[in-house]
Design a binder for this molecule. Structure first.
Ligand SMILES: [Zn+2]
Length: 288
C-alpha cells in the first residue's frame, strides 16, 4: 500500500505538548498518516531502549518507519578510511533500524569533488556491495538500503547515478527526492508529463516491480545554479514542484511508494495534504 508521512517531527507536535519521538507513531496515526522517517542525519545517537520503544509504538499504530542515515557518509571519498567509516555509519544505522523495526534506511552516497563522476560512482558502488555483505553477515539482510537522488551538482546522486547503483542488487531501493530532481534540473518538473518521464526512466532501469515500491521524498524547493538551496513548505507556492503533477502518475500506475515529506516544520501537515490529493484523484477515478 502507498504510505505518507513526515521526515522528523512537525512543529505542531511540540506545540501540542509532545516531547519525545516515542510519542510520534500514535500522533501520526491520529492524523491519518502511516509512515515516519526517523532522522539520524547528524549522527546515530539513539539508544537501543528508545529505538525499540519507537518500534513498538510504530507497530501498534501501523506506522512504517524508515531511518535517514548521517549526512556525512561519503562512499566515494578518495580516502580509504573515509569509505571505511561510511560503511560503519551505515551499519550503525542498520542496527538502529533493526531495533526500530524499520525496513528501509536512506543514505546520501557522497560527493564527486576530486575524482570525477565516473570514478566516484565506481567507488560508491564498491562500498555499497561491501556494505550489503556486511549487512547480511550481521543479520540485517531484511532491511533495504535506499540511496538518495541528491540536489546539488557536486553531490554524487543524479537520477542516472542512483539507478546505476541500484542495478547492482535487487535489495537496493532508490530514494527519489523529487525536490532534488527539480533543483538539479533547475526547475525541470512542471507537468504530469515531466513526472511520467522520471518514472519511465526508473522502470526502465530497475524494472516495474521495484519501481512500484520506491522510497520518495517530496517538498517544494528553492534552487540556484549549483542546484538545491532550501526546502520550503507547501504554502510557499512560488517554489515547485507540485504534488498534483505526481499524484495522477502514482494512481494510474498503481504504484505503492513510501512518500516522505521534508517541508520545514510543516512536514506532517504537508504529508496529509499529499495524501488528500492522492485519495481525491483515486476516488474520482473510481467514480467513472
Ligand atoms: Zn536526504
Amino acid at each position: 500500500m502507498i504510505r505518507f508521512g513526515p521526515s522528523g517531527n512537525s512543529d505542531s507536535f511540540y506545540e501540542e505538548g509532545f516531547k519525545s519521538s516515542v510519542q510520534m507513531p500514535a500522533w501520526l496515526a491520529s492524523k491519518g498518516l502511516n509512515a515516519y522517517e526517523y532522522s539520524c542525519t547528524k549522527g546515530v545517537k539513539v539508544g537501543e531502549a528508545t529505538a525499540r520503544e519507537i518500534g513498538q509504538q510504530a507497530e501498534s499504530n501501523n506506522i512504517s518507519v524508515s531511518i535517514h542515515a548521517p549526512y556525512y557518509i561519503n562512499m566515494s571519498s578518495e580516502e580509504e578510511d573515509k569509505r571505511e567509516n561510511s560503511k560503519r555509519y551505515i551499519m550503525e544505522t542498520l542496527q538502529v533500524a533493526k531495533w526500530m523495526g524499520a525496513k528501509r534506511i536512506v543514505v546520501h552516497t557522497g560527493s564527486t569533488s576530486k575524482l570525477g563522476r565516473e570514478k566516484s560512482l565506481e567507488l560508491a558502488i564498491q562500498v555499497l556491495k561491501e556494505t550489503l555483505q556486511m549487512s547480511d553477515a550481521a543479520g540485517f539482510g531484511d532491511i533495504s538500503i535506499c540511496p538518495e537522488v541528491l540536489g546539488k551538482h557536486n553531490q554524487l546522486g543524479t537520477l542516472e547515478e542512483i539507478m546505476e547503483m541500484c542495478k547492482n542488487d535487487e535489495r537496493l531501493i532508490p530514494t527519489i527526492d523529487f525536490g532534488h530532481i527539480h533543483a538539479r534540473g533547475l526547475g525541470m518538473l512542471n507537468s504530469q508529463e515531466d513526472f511520467e518521464k522520471v518514472i519511465d526512466y526508473i522502470e526502465n532501469s530497475i524494472g516495474k516491480e521495484r519501481a512500484k515500491r520506491i522510497h520518495c521524498h517530496f517538498s517544494r524547493i528553492e534552487f540556484s545554479k549549483g542546484g538545491e538551496k532550501k526546502h520550503w513548505n507547501f504554502a510557499d507556492k512560488q517554489f515547485g514542484p507540485e504534488f498534483e503533477h505526481l499524484a495522477p502518475v502514482l494512481v494510474n500506475r498503481q504504484m505503492e511508494p513510501v512518500i516522505i515529506c521534508e517541508s520545514r516544520g510543516m512536514m506532517a501537515e504537508d504529508a496529509s495534504e499529499m495524501k488528500d490529493i492522492y485519495y481525491g484523484i483515486l476516488e474520482n477515478q473510481n467514480l467513472f
